[in-house]
Design a protein around this ligand. Sequence first.
Ligand code: S3P
Length: 199
Amino acid sequence: MSDTRRARPRRKRPGGNQSARASVPAAEGATFSGNIILCGFMGCGKTSVGKRVAKLLNRRFCDLDKYIEQQTGMTVAEIFAKEGEESFRARESQAVEEVAAEKGLVIASGGGTVLARKNVDAFHRYGGKILFLDVPVAALQERLKNDKRRPLLQRPDRREFIASLWEKRCPLYREAADIVIDAGAPAVVVAKRIRELFQ
Ligand code: S3P
């Protein structure tokens, strides 16, 4: 299946979890002014795809991790090292509250952002659409094999860790998402798929 608009058998809930077509009806696509939020596992392309989508749709781009770094004056790695993951998650939720209230952004969330229900709710409260960039785990393992920046990945069993974390997180990304995007392709291709949904 290579089409962005594939429908998946998914549990429906009000305002979400439907196929791409159903989530952004043609009439709404072009006029949709809420935020477009990209979610998914580390390395799935949230930032690289997001920057391109913002350009294509003439929107502002916001990288949530960068936003947190600007607000705190620390890198994500420094926050993890100095304050621990729990503190990072609190800062992340604070950042979500702030950016979710904006209009017309393309937001690259962090890999753990939508695992917290309150963050998903905040994005939806302001009318945002959450897109899950679905990339096969083998591709993620390959993309992340030399990563030196992400605190969660600095461990000797990285490959296995990615596989088990991906297993746990995938259902939650799907649950959070309004739209699932087949995102194993190069960023430029994925970005064009997303543009089609909002034009
Ligand atoms: C995290 C992903 C990172 C960053 C932090 C935690 C995660 O963002 O928010 O290191 O829990 O998956 P990216 O997905 O942009 O790497």
